[in-house]
Structures are given as C-alpha cells and as structure tokens.
Ligand binder design. Sequence first.
Ligand code: CA
Length: 219
Amino acid sequence: MLILLVEDDRPLAFSLQTALRKLGYVVNHVENGETCLHVVATEAPDIVILDLGLPDMDGLKVLKKIRHTSTTLPILLLTARDSINDKVMGLDSGADDYLAKPFEMTELLARLRVLERRLSTAKSTKITIGNVSLDAATQTVIQQDHELELSRKEYMLLKSLMENAGKVLTRATLENRLYSWGEEVCSNALEVHIHHLRKKIGTDFIKTVRGVGYKVTQA
Ligand code: CA
C-alpha cells in the first residue's frame, strides 16, 4: 500500500511517516500542493492523506485537481479547521474521509483501514494468472489449492507484477512500490525478493527482462 502524505507540518509528518512505515505501509511525503499533484500523476499512490492548509495552494483546490484526473483515488483530508461547513466542503469536493487535528493515531489508522477495504472491494479483488490466484481483499496468494506464505514485500511485489500482467515493470517502478523515499535499501534488495518469490512460486512465473525489469504473463 503506497501512501502519499501531503503535510507541511514537519514534526506531524515525521511522526505519521514513522508510525505508518512501522506498520508496513510505504509512505512518501511532500510538503505542498504542486508537488502533490506531480507525484499523484507520476507515482500512482494507492491513498492520499492531504492536509488542507498547504503553503502554496488551498488543499481543497489540490483535492479538486486530483478529482479531475482520478475519481477513485482514496483521499483522506487532514485539517485544523473543524467546522461543519469545512467538513461538508471537503466531502463535497470529493474527499473520502475527513479528520480534524489534533487526532489520535489510532483513529487515523482505523480510517485508513476503511479506505483500504473500500479500495480492495472497488477493484476486482482477485487476479488469477496461470495456477496462481491473488486475493487483494484477504491478501492471500493461492497456488494449486495451496496458500503461499509470503512476506509483506514479496506480496506487494507479486501484486504489482500480477496487476500489470503482460507489461514489463522496471526496477525503478517496482522499487517505488516497495520502499518509501529515502529508505535505506540494499542495491540488490529487489533481486533478493524476486529470488525468494521464485523459490516459493516456481522459477518460471516471474520472467526477467534483461536490463529492464520483470514481468508475469498470462500464458
Ligand atoms: Ca498545514
């Protein structure tokens, strides 16, 4: 789950990032609306946590611009403005949920789980390729009636590849789905995850495209 956090309050952003990463979320952080829009367009995050009070543009404007290009991307608003009017305006502008500052981390996590569930029911949750079935709702992978035990990173890697079956995903694309910006990552970490996945799933399922990346194909 790739979360884009848009928040100019650095201490708050830092504590959110730290807490979310500990739970296994990949979290990228930007501090203004312009960068947010760029990253939404280029990195395809799964969920956006958007502060309304940003230094360069009103969060509501950012929200409307995102809704212009994506009607389904889940957006959770954070705001210091706690009036009914602001809440209604936020939701009317296309936010999925709304959290007034200060909030408890546990509440943010609960709201995120709701968005995650909605996301997995909105998309078709099951992808089957060959004898491998991945269910995003239950985060399980079944191969010939046998459930595979995958680490979180292995699961995320396999999910990205299966969702994009037939396409070659570059190393950079896969690393972006697996790691937060600035996270310390060994240069061969991706290969190590691929290696472990192949051990569990068979060597032929994930194809290496030399010098480019990896793919899985239907046939
Ligand atoms: Ca702010």
